[in-house]
Design a binder for this molecule. Structure first.
Ligand SMILES: [Zn+2]
Length: 215
């Protein structure tokens, strides 16, 4: 009899926890290992562990909008509503500064649903000023990861829908950062890109690093 879907999923979570732990330990200053570990802890309901890993990721990189959102969810599920509100209040401002609209709006909605005050958004006013200064012709591209305008890649970095998505959303310098990070990921996890699992793991890290999930 084939193993049940739930069982396979649990195995997959365990395998990923081990991978990310290994990555976080091998390179403790690499935010991606801690972030990914926090995310999978959230998925399996280990909210206090998730909170620790995500807090560490944010210490290393306070610009990770998505980490604030996940950390707030972990705190809330762990029964720590006030900690969740504090994190969201910071997170909304960070996401807004960077033009990360999706996590910003999701975090603002969480604050509202708990009756907590929502910080005032800056992004619409800022975007308006930029458009006025540079004209609408160059106002089209904003990197979804760092929020900066311009600096778009000259073309998709590779063929296919993911390449197109990167081209549409990610600036040249964020893409360069990923190339460096991707090399670390391959080395630390011992990924073999010619295998489906190696490629899948690599892609998963890439989407998380570039904050392209759900886009
Ligand atoms: Zn960027």
């Amino acid at each position: 009899m084939p193993p049940s879907v739930a069982f396979v999923r649990t195995m997959d979570h365990e395998r990923r926890i081990q991978q990310f732990k290994q990555m976080a330990e091998a390179d403790p200053n690499n935010e991606l290992g801690h972030f990914s570990l926090g995310k999978v802890y959230c998925e399996v309901g280990r909210y206090e562990d998730a909170a620790k890993s995500l807090s560490r990721a944010l210490q290393l990189n306070p610009m990770l909008s998505k980490a604030y959102q996940l950390l707030a969810e972990a705190y809330d599920r762990a029964g720590r509503r006030q900690d969740a509100i504090d994190v969201l209040t910071r997170g909304v401002t960070v996401a807004d500064d960077q033009g990360d609209r999706m996590p910003r709006d999701a975090m603002a909605d969480m604050l509202k649903s708990w009756g907590a005050p929502v910080p005032t958004f800056l992004a619409p006013a800022k975007a308006g000023r930029e458009e006025a200064a540079t004209g609408p012709a160059t106002a089209g591209f904003h990197c979804s990861r760092c929020g900066r305008p311009d600096d778009q890649l000259p073309k998709p970095p590779f063929k296919g829908p993911v390449g197109e998505k990167i081209y549409a959303n990610v600036c040249r310098s964020c893409w360069r950062e990923w190339i460096a990070m991707g090399t670390k990921v391959i080395n630390e996890l011992g990924l073999v890109l010619s295998t489906p699992i190696g490629q899948q793991t690599y892609d998963q890290y890439m989407m998380e690093f570039l904050q392209l999930e759900g886009r």
